[in-house]
Ligand binder design. Structure first.
Ligand SMILES: [Mg+2]
Length: 244
């Protein structure tokens, strides 16, 4: 009899533990919200952030026309766990002006051989949209939003590139969070850029500045820190539909 009680007690403890793990990780649950409050976290409006940071052709002291995207990185960050769940990363061969300037290589670390033989933007953008679908970021249960540092990526560069490539901009890419504006709302300080945000938060910079994928990882670090401190992110910017 005593053995049976002990066994049942162990089973009850095990089931409670499994129940706890299962429900404590569901964003809508009481336990999840209590855990977040204890950690100073708040529940976010969005389940995922898609951190995006294009690099494009450039030259010192002049604007290259037409400017083309040569690095296309995107990181999917789960806002509940603060884990990076998926990464899209592709270097792109510029079509109109195929030669990368020495200044561009110096700034971004992207060398000529890194873009030669890579796909053009058109193919990459189709692959990216397939990747977006695969991630399930806009499934019925999920609400996701792009995050960039500044408004240039989605307000200027993507519309210019899509016009050049005669491609349609998906509606999901017409709304985003400019992390610099969000940072200002969270801290009262408008940062100049990624390094400035990391410095203010006393966090180390990783990788190379103006490498698209490294910039994404550093933006993700800032996002995680502000989530941990209880800041709730909201959309800051959108593309004027008349001009898209
Ligand atoms: Mg960059």
């Amino acid at each position: 009899m005593q053995r049976l009680c002990t066994r049942n007690c162990r089973l009850w403890k095990k089931n409670t533990w499994v129940f706890g793990i299962k429900y404590a990780t569901q964003p809508e649950s009481f336990w999840f919200k209590r855990k977040m409050r204890k950690q100073g976290k708040q529940q976010q409006i969005y389940s995922s952030f898609l951190v995006l940071d294009f690099e494009a052709t450039c030259d010192r002291g002049r604007t290259i026309e037409p400017q083309e995207i040569i690095e296309f990185p995107c990181i999917k960050l789960n806002t509940n766990t603060c884990e990076i769940e998926d990464v899209f990363h592709q270097y792109i061969q510029p079509k109109e002006i195929p030669v990368i300037t020495p200044y561009c290589t110096e700034l971004t670390g992207i060398m000529q051989e890194m873009v030669d033989d890579q796909p053009y933007f058109e193919e990459t953008f189709i692959q990216f949209q397939k990747w977006l679908q695969k991630t399930g970021c806009w499934n019925s249960d999920n609400k996701s939003i792009f995050v960039t540092s500044g408004d240039w990526d989605l307000k200027v560069m993507l519309p210019k590139q899509c016009q050049l490539s005669n491609m349609h901009i998906p509606s999901e890419m017409k709304h985003w969070i400019n992390i610099k504006k969000a940072f200002a709302a969270a801290t009262g300080y408008f940062p100049r850029g990624i390094i400035d945000m990391l410095t203010k938060l006393q966090l180390p910079h990783q990788g190379r500045l103006h490498s698209g994928i490294d910039d994404c990882r550093n933006i993700a670090t800032v996002l995680k820190t502000l989530i941990d401190r209880g800041f709730v992110f909201e959309e800051t910017s959108h593309l004027d539909l008349d001009k898209s």
